[in-house]
Write a protein that binds this ligand. Structure first.
Ligand code: HEM
Length: 187
């Protein structure tokens, strides 16, 4: 299954990113620091989402419109009274030129809903902020696992051969790597 291969092939990059993020998250003590973190996600996921939307085939992911979007980060930033930063573009983002590459990037975005639930709990414990500032990391709430399973199921029906699978996997790894670069450059 492609979803299993993706998990295995991106494991190291996930661990590196998670490690970098956990340290930063644990150090968050104010709404302003939390807003800075949200801005990092907004810039990267925002640019990524624009490029995905240019090439994704909506028929192959019918519930795409219901899925978590960068707009949720903008809503959280607004609830915190923080500004909305510019979106990443050009070389700051992975190359997303076709539907398969878009799926690889979406795998990273959708997978981040799983870690998002942990992040949301951490922020609730560390800060005095309401749910209106936590909509992005709250992901799909109790529906998060169900939405993840639906996404994986869609993913598993799309790559037709090992060559196509390799395209999705390479795009997912690039998406993790470029996020790490973005994170290091902008923090
Ligand atoms: C503090 C930060 C993070 C923590 C603690 C965390 C934690 C987790 C956990 C617990 C899972 C579920 C593993 C499983 O059920 O097998 C997961 C999966 C995943 N996370 Fe993270 N994560 C973090 C950040 C991120 C970020 C920032 C991204 C993407 C930009 C990301 C992408 C993914 C992906 C793609 C998966 C799915 C792996 C699979 O295929 O099952 N994570 N993460």
């Amino acid at each position: 299954m492609l979803s299993e291969k993706l998990k295995e092939a991106t494991k190291t990059n996930h661990q590196i990113l998670e490690k970098a993020l956990v340290g930063k998250l644990k150090a968050v003590r104010s709404a302003a620091q939390y807003a800075d973190l949200l801005k990092l996600f907004y810039g990267y996921f925002g640019g990524l989402e624009m490029n995905i939307n240019k090439v994704i085939d909506p028929n192959l992911l019918p519930d795409n419109a219901e899925r978590r979007k960068t707009q949720a980060i903008a809503d959280d930033l607004q609830a915190l009274g923080a500004g909305i930063p510019a979106k990443a573009d050009g070389d700051a983002l992975p190359a997303i030129n076709n539907h398969l590459e878009a799926l690889g990037a979406l795998y990273v975005i959708e997978g981040s809903t799983l870690g998002g639930k942990i992040i949301s709990k951490m922020m609730q414990q560390q800060l005095n902020i309401g749910p209106d500032a936590l909509s992005f990391f709250a992901s799909y709430g109790d529906d998060t696992e169900r939405m993840w399973n639906i996404f994986k199921d869609a993913l598993d029906h799309q790559a037709k051969n090992p060559e196509q699978e390799a395209v999705v996997i390479a795009a997912a790894n690039q998406t993790f790597l470029k996020f790490g670069e973005w994170f290091n450059k902008n923090q």
